[in-house]
Write a protein that binds this ligand. Structure first.
Ligand code: KIV
Length: 266
């Protein structure tokens, strides 16, 4: 049983030029599998609102739900750094509620760090959390909690002025003291530039190969969600099809009296 990674290990890995790997988990069994496989960071993403709870967006996810899922993940994790998302409305209202809610993810959830969406506008919030020793991962570019402003989940920063704004956002996050930043849904050339300019690691999703690390929503890469499959997701396995067959086999076997067999009976 090795010791858990810290943000200092992530920093060291970045300085040594070793790519950082991150995947999402929302419960104990998946966290155990990711941890055993050697993932660097497990993210309890508020994407659980869509891939686990079946909402259309991440906006309905509550802090209580994030704490509940973070606890499950922490119980299944021994080696990875555990980062929990601050959900919509838990950090934007004022600094004291941001401090309290981020603190609850560490104190009650057991996370090692929090992630929040936004750039320049979140500078003071990130600083306030870092000042109370809560490590923060930023998230700029396509920020799913801004779906109503963006008019959907679209690639951000295609126009020069938008690219400039995202670059400034990423710099603001780093200057405020974040230990890393997620770059989501931005052109690969922009992500490459941000990664080259920033003094902290960038973790890309739909941001090309030049980031310091990569993240995917695990349910997407496992092919568990057939509702929505963005271009940037590589489906490593089609679990929806595979599990569908498994469930059909079980139904047939029960109906035909094949299961339970002798060895499953007392
Ligand atoms: O909520 C989430 O899973 C995320 C990742 C996509 C980075 O924010």
């Amino acid at each position: 049983m090795g010791k858990a990674k810290t943000i200092l290990d992530i920093r060291r890995q970045y300085e040594e030029g070793v790519k950082i790997t991150m995947l999402t988990a929302y419960d104990y069994p998946l966290a155990r599998l990711l941890d055993r496989a050697g993932i660097d960071i497990i993210l309890i993403g508020d994407s659980l609102g869509t891939v686990v709870a079946g909402h259309d967006t991440t906006l309905p996810v509550t802090l209580e739900e994030m704490i509940y899922h973070t606890r499950m993940v922490v119980r299944g994790t021994q080696k990875a750094l555990v980062v929990a998302d601050l959900p919509f409305l838990s950090y934007q209202v004022d600094l004291s509620s941001a401090r309290l809610n981020a603190g609850r993810l560490l104190k009650e959830g057991g996370a090692h760090a929090v992630k929040l969406e936004g750039g320049t506008a979140m500078r003071d919030t990130i600083r306030a959390l870092v000042d109370m020793d809560i490590p923060v991962m930023g998230h700029v570019g396509l920020t799913p909690q801004s779906v109503n402003r963006m008019g959907g989940y679209r690639v951000q920063g295609r126009k020069e002025e938008d690219a400039q704004r995202i670059l400034e956002d990423a710099h603001a996050v780093a200057e405020a003291g974040a230990f890393s930043v997620v770059l989501e849904g931005v052109p690969a050339t922009l992500a490459e530039r941000i990664t080259a300019e920033l003094p902290i690691p960038t973790i890309g999703i739909g941001a090309g190969v030049h980031c310091s690390g990569q993240v995917l929503v695990t349910h997407d890469m496992l092919g568990l969600c057939d509702k929505f499959s963005p271009k940037f997701v590589k489906k490593y396995v089609d679990l929806a099809a595979l599990l569908g067959k498994v469930f059909e086999t079980y139904i047939d076997e029960v109906k035909e009296g094949i299961f339970p067999a002798e060895e499953h009976s007392f």
